[in-house]
Each structure stands twice: as C-alpha cells, then as structure tokens.
Ligand binder design. Structure first.
Ligand code: C2E
Ligand code: CA
Ligand code: CA
Length: 403
C-alpha cells in the first residue's frame, strides 16, 4: 500500500506519513530499508497457525524493519500504523555511507553485531557489506597503538627534540620548535605523522599535550642553566598545539601547571597553531587566541599559506609570528612566482606587526634569498634538525650570539 505522503528531507532521506490502520509492510515481502518512528505508533504482528499475533507496539524513536539494512531478506513480520504515524526512512545505502565515514572500530563492532543477529551460530557468511578484514585489522592496529602511546607516556618513551629557530641575519638562535619523538621499544623512532593524527581522534592528544608542555618547560629550565651563553636572549620553545587541544577547556590548566612546576615565564612558550585548526571553529579560536595573548604566551601561525589564508582572517588573529610553509621555500631560489608570494607574505606580516619565519630552509642560498625577500626568521635542516636536549646544549655552545 502506498504511504499517504512521501517527501525528501534536507539530509536526503525520506519522510512518510501513514494513516491509521495503513500497512507499512507485510510479512514475507522483501525489504531494503528500515524506518525510524518520528510520531505515532506501529504494531508489529506475525501470522502463526492461521492467526495474527501482536509481537510489539513501537513508538517514537524506535526502529522498524532494521533487518533489511543488513541484507535483502523477507520481512519477518507485518507492520501496521495504529494511528497517523510519521516515519523517517533509513536506506541501506545511507547507512553504508555513514558507516564508511565512521571509525573502523565502530564499523567492525557494528558488523560483528549484525553478523551475530543474522547468523547466531557463527557459521561463515559470504558477501560482506564492506571490507571486513581490512577494517578489523585497522581497528585492532589502532587500538594497539593507542594503548602503546598511553604506556609509552607512563614509561618515558617520548622525547621532545628541539629544532633551532634562527635570526636569518647572522644565524643566531632565537629559540626552538619542540618536535615530539616516540622511541618505541622494538620499533625505533616513530615519526609524529604516524601517531599524532590517531591521538587527535581521542583524548590521547590531551595527554600528549600535557606531556609536551611539561617537557618544554623542563627543557627551558635547562637551556637557561646550561646554555648560559645565550641566557640574555630568553630563547623560546614553540609547542605544536592541534585543533582539538586548542579548543579544550583544560588547555590553560595544563600549561599553567607546567609553567608553575618548572618556574618558567609564559613569554618563553610559543604556541604553534595551524591556520586550518583555527578556521574549524573561528569565533572560539579567536577568543582562545586572545586569552593566550593576555596570559603572556607567544603565538605562531604554523604552515602558513597551505590553509585558507584569507587576509581578512589573518588580521583578526592576534599572533606574533607567521611561519611560511616549506612548500613555498623549497624552490624559492629558482621560482620567481614563489619569490613574489614570499615577498608579499613578508610584507603583509610586518604590516600587521608580526614576525615572519621561513620553514624548511635547506641551504645557504635559500636563507640568503629569504632574507632578501624580507623574511626575518628561519628554520630548517640548514641550521639543524630537531635533536635531543643534550645535543641542543652543545649546539648552543657553538652557535653565534645574537647581535
Ligand atoms: P610541523 O609543525 O610543520 O613541523 C615541521 C616538520 O618539518 C617537522 O617534522 C620537521 O622535522 C620538518 N622539517 C624541519 N626542517 C625541515 C627541512 O629543512 N626539510 C624538511 N624536509 N623537513 C623539515 P616532524 O618532526 O616529523 O613533525 C611533523 C608534524 O608532526 C609537525 O609538523 C607537527 O604538525 C606534528 N607534531 C610534531 N610534534 C608535535 C607535538 O608535540 N604535538 C602535536 N600536536 N603535533 C606535533
Ligand atoms: Ca610546527
Ligand atoms: Ca610547519
């Protein structure tokens, strides 16, 4: 029987209205969708020995006919509206689309549950909806890494290496960027690209963040006491803060705790945030940036030029430093349009009262070119890779002093 009304809602799903006593589907029909009851009531019944037996009466928020979402199979019961009833249709395609966007762990659990409903004895089933083994392996691997990160934080497997940030004029250190390294037993150094994105999906990134701020403040103390040649420069350490950390209300407590524990002034910490992280929640981000600034932290806009780079946004971000992404620096000595862009960013940054840094400087030629284009600060393998605190202290012994 045709429903009374059938409309497509904003999210592309169907909404339909049944009259009282109208049948939604009959036992034995093939179905390929389920329904969520928005209002009204649906009676579910089954024919047994020639008589109808009511199995359930379902109301708002409940789902009808969900087995059809797993595979084509005959409806196991009949569904009839007891009163005018509004339903939202859930198609298998819609569910699969949502599943594909979800976490592999969730996909795996859902599939296991649906397989148990379909096949309670656990005999092998063909025709998996999506790539079951791949999702399971991915889900298990991710769980293992997440657990290993947690253990690693407790066991001291992480190190905060420091990469020099220099004044391009003369090459003296201005500070360092803290880059996390995981010395995972049996795996060697695991690069951050292999665990930071995973940690960002959960609260683990907050644990990593607490650890990183603590390590940065501890390092600052040692730079002051053992790198005394540069003591008057008040070298900074820049800490990378990911989007999720940045909008977490605990961020300030975490930083305060680290500063107090090690007796470090807030001005010595720089927070590095990417433009794309700020854009995700613009108004909130701007207010957090202002709070950071009021508390005395330095702020740097990381990977500048790769995100949205809207000039109107930039003027609203109260940041001290723009870090031009390596993509613009890589071939700056040979690429004329790259030079124009870098020159324009440098001019814009200084017009807004910001320091401008070039990332990924790998040669003296890169450095010379950037300086001539108006960039004041540099960072890259030409000046040094990220290295342990011990090596950093030796680097400070030998590096030029700022004018
Ligand atoms: P990023 O913040 O853009 O860091 C710069 C990356 O470029 C670092 O990679 C650094 O080692 C590399 N690099 C520096 N100079 C050069 C150069 O001259 N040439 C080349 N080819 N590469 C250069 P790394 O250490 O692998 O870090 C990758 C990313 O991981 C970082 O990108 C940052 O987004 C993230 N990350 C690192 N440490 C942390 C952390 O403590 N917390 C958070 N949330 N993210 C972190
Ligand atoms: Ca960075
Ligand atoms: Ca960067």
């Amino acid at each position: 029987m045709q429903p009374l009304k059938d409309v497509v809602t904003e999210d592309g799903r169907y909404s339909q209205t049944l009259r009282a006593h109208q049948t939604l589907f009959r036992e034995g029909e093939t179905g390929d969708c389920a329904y969520i009851i928005e209002s009204g009531r649906i009676e579910i019944s089954r024919r047994l020995n020639g008589a109808d037996h009511v199995l359930a009466v379902l109301g708002p928020g409940e789902i009808v006919g969900e087995m059809a979402l797993i595979e084509d199979q005959p409806r196991s019961a009949t569904a009839v509206a007891l009163e005018p009833t509004v339903l939202r249709t859930l198609t298998r395609e819609y569910l699969q689309e949502r599943l594909q966007q979800s976490d592999p762990l969730l996909r795996h659990l859902l599939r296991r549950m649906s397989r148990q409903v379909r096949n309670p004895l656990g005999t092998p089933s063909g025709n998996p909806v999506i790539n079951d083994d791949k999702d399971r392996n991915q889900a298990v691997a991710r769980l293992h890494i997440a657990q290993a990160i947690q253990v690693g934080l407790d066991q001291g497997e992480f190190e905060l290496h420091l990469q020099p940030v220099v004044h391009l004029c003369g090459g003296a250190p201005a500070g360092f960027e803290g880059l996390i390294r995981w010395n995972r037993p049996g795996f060697g150094y695991v690069p951050p690209s292999e665990f930071i994105p995973l940690a960002e999906e959960s609260n683990l990134i907050m644990d990593i963040g607490s650890w990183t701020f603590d390590a940065a403040c501890a390092h600052l103390r040692r730079l002051d006491s053992e790198g005394a040649r540069h003591a008057s420069q008040k070298l900074f350490i820049a800490v990378n803060v990911s989007a999720r950390q940045f909008t977490d209300p605990r961020l300030f407590d975490v930083i305060e705790q680290a500063l107090q524990k090690h007796g470090v002034e807030p001005q010595r910490l720089k927070l590095e945030i990417t433009e794309s992280a700020l854009i995700q929640n613009f108004e909130l981000a701007v207010s957090v940036l202002h709070r950071c600034r009021d508390m005395g932290f330095q702020l740097a806009l990381d990977d500048f030029g790769t995100g949205y780079s809207s000039l109107s946004y930039l003027s609203r971000f109260p940041v001290h430093m723009l870090k031009i992404d390596r993509a613009f620096i890589k071939d700056v000595t040979t690429n004329a349009s790259g030079q124009t862009i870098v020159h324009a960013i440098a001019g814009l940054g200084s017009a807004l009262g910001m320091q401008v840094l070039g990332e990924g400087i790998e040669s003296a030629e890169d450095a010379g070119m950037l300086e001539s284009l108006g960039v004041g600060y540099g960072q890259g393998y030409h000046y040094g890779k990220a290295q342990s605190l011990e090596r950093t202290l030796r680097y400070l012994d030998e590096s030029p002093l700022a004018a």
